[in-house]
Design a binder for this molecule. Sequence first.
Ligand code: CS2
Length: 488
Amino acid sequence: MVQLNARTLGALGEGVTKPAYDRAAVTPGIVHLGIGAFHRAHMAVYVDDLLAETPDWGIVGASLRRPDTRNALAPQDGLYSIAVRDGSGTLVRIIGSILEVIDANTERERLLSLMAQPEIRIVSLTITEKGYCHDPATGVLDEANPDIVHDLQEPTAPVSAPGIIVEALARRRAAGIAPFTVLSCDNLPSNGVTTGRIVTRFAALRDAALGQWVEASVAFPSTMVDRIVPATTDADRAMITEVTGLEDAWPIMTEPFTQWVIHDHFTLGRPAFDRVGAQLVADVEPYELMKLRMLNGAHSSIAYLGYLAGHAYVAEVMGSADFRAFIAGLMTEEAMPTLDMPGVDLGAYRDELLARFSNPALNHRTWQIAMDGSQKLPQRLLGTIRDRKAAGLSYRRLALGVAAWIRYAAGTDEKGEPIDVRDPFVERFEAIAADADGDAERLVAGFLQIGEVFGPDLREDAAFRQIVTEHLKALIADGAAQTVARNA
Ligand code: CS2
């Protein structure tokens, strides 16, 4: 079988869209840390749309944890396919905006020296919530995080994202080169402000003067990013080969919808993202809150409750009338009233989300979304709960999402089978579950002690504890499907 690469690109058939520019003329302007599937379906596509006009904004990706993306894309000259899928069919397009991928673990020095070059004007990030090495409840750098401890001891050989960014910035400062803009594209609340707080704190811990310089001169624009990207399967690879006639080691599957709202604050310029569909605004926070509470809050609730009810895929969960009513109710009655979005039709936004979740061509696993719940719950469910509590309003559906997370994180499904829980706190979950021995009250008490998730307020809140405990008892006694039906 012939593999996709710069040489075989020309052999592609008519039905496949190819880069509309001369790749040989493209030079790097962006370093992207955390080059996973989401980035390849999102920012890399916006950049690909612009390279014909501004070829000096190519992307060099870096993987911080595993070299698997580098290993897949290197033999393909960075090229890969994306398949945009829904009930009406599949559109395949080849993306050429990623020039190469550097594995930060084995090529750290090459990555740092590239980041220190003046032509790199943006360092963007999709490192997932845990990559920020912060306390999810407060958004502050976790100074006890082992990677942070390491990077403060060996600042010129960093392993964490904050450590890598600060070392590259320090090199630019020493060489008299203006700092790049740091562009977070992760689902964190106020992601630019949060990144700025974490990076500035890390820099100050290294050296007070460096901290002051970062605070005064580095731009950290916030963004709201949105596109659903399920993990690629072998069946997806086979489908791509059938359509293109070429083998692609790591194609990306996604939906037609894409959204990017960006705070327009770039100190060394940016590609004209506004001309290819991104919204450049002065205040991103309302959009972030809307997306985190509506899309991601619903997604996590679908993931935990759906998984417990035996559903492997999101679209399958949405096929149940009870689940659909429950999720619509969670958005309409509990999340929407906490949002202040002048000029945005929240009802239409919700309806579009319900349709996107039901996309029959996206095999999006509930298990995939269930990952890293400890890092996701605060901004997806708990912030909304806090706002509703403060206003004296009910939050029973959101609380059922929290109870389902506890049931899931405790590690045993409704048939008594073990759940493959992926979370940086998994060992703490195991200890709490062993201690509680299936008792709902003890489980809730144990989980609420995780201050990084619940903060000092919700962990002491008796009414919150009571409703989560009642829901958890129902989940244990009757199962998720019945409990959802009762709360729809
Ligand atoms: C999902 C998100 O896996 C998850 O936690 O909720 O990745 C979601 O698909 C994206 O935020 C959509 O933009």
